[in-house]
Design a protein around this ligand. Structure first.
Ligand code: SAM
Length: 244
């Protein structure tokens, strides 16, 4: 086709499909490189990742555990006798960390996810979409049953959208998910409570963080060592909820 027009192939594509050049420049993932499971590059990355080994040794369900451990080591918000709501919790490593750190008869973790969550002592699992009203009613029921204050001390949200492969689309999707998580948190957080959520870097994320600033005493953006350098994810820690 290009030959019949008398144009070189690259000239043909850039004049016939002017968007092609632009599309090529759009980063395709939230990771600079995509590692497909089972490929040599994937296996190499797993073998050289200290957190993958550590996860096995310490029996966590996934390496994400170390992101929460690192953040809590620094800020110490997972305290004994707390109630934690873990949104987007499967396979469950953040719930494991929360449960272990708050170990106490009065602590309780409520985990919510669309996917299966293998049972975990001390963790009550709700299967479903936390943006759904029915799921939110179940959360409300459990919170009032288990919390003396009727509220929770910490809301965690490591929820991620199904990757579309287009960074801007995934970034919008995570902002939508986190916005719902924030509205759930605002219904349930104790005064001085904590919220930790994940975002992908981009314009909308900054706007979202600015919007919630007045509702917390302090907000910090954190890129833990355990978060892969080639991932655009980062975490936002919101301390001291002003439950007025
Ligand atoms: C990165 S994983 C969470 C890993 C978890 N923090 C851990 O340490 O095991 C993200 C999870 O968010 C869940 N998720 C995304 N959107 C959700 C929604 N609206 N409601 C419930 N779960 C959701 C996905 O099903 C997925 O299991």
């Amino acid at each position: 086709m290009a030959a019949s027009t008398g144009l070189s192939a690259s000239r043909y594509f850039s004049t016939t499909f002017p968007l092609m050049k632009k599309i090529k420049k759009v980063p395709t993932k939230n990771f600079a490189e995509v590692y497909l499971k089972g490929t040599p590059a994937f296996i190499q990355r797993q073998l050289s990742d200290p957190y993958v080994r550590k996860r096995r040794l310490e029996n966590y369900r996934c390496r994400s555990a170390f992101k929460l451990i690192e953040i809590d080591d620094k800020f110490g918000f997972l305290k004994p006798a707390s109630i934690v709501l873990d949104l987007g919790a499967s396979p469950g490593s953040w719930s494991q960390v929360a449960r272990d750190r708050m170990e106490n008869d009065n602590s309780f973790v409520i985990a919510v996810d669309l996917l299966h969550f293998p049972a975990l002592d001390g963790v009550h699992f709700i299967k479903g979409d936390f943006t759904d009203n029915l799921v939110q009613q179940k959360i409300r029921g459990l919170v009032s049953e288990h919390s003396t204050s009727g509220n929770v001390d910490v809301v965690l949200c490591d929820a991620a959208p199904k990757a579309s492969g287009i960074k801007a689309v995934d970034q919008d999707a995570i902002v939508r998910i986190v916005s719902s998580a924030i509205s759930v948190a605002f219904k349930h957080l104790n005064n001085e409570g904590t919220m930790l959520f994940k975002l992908f870097s981009g314009n909308n994320s900054g706007t979202l963080v600015k919007t919630i600033q007045p509702y917390f005493r302090q907000i910090k953006s954190i890129k833990p060592d355990a978060s892969r350098k080639d991932s655009s994810e980062y975490f936002v820690l919101c301390l001291g909820y002003k439950n007025r």
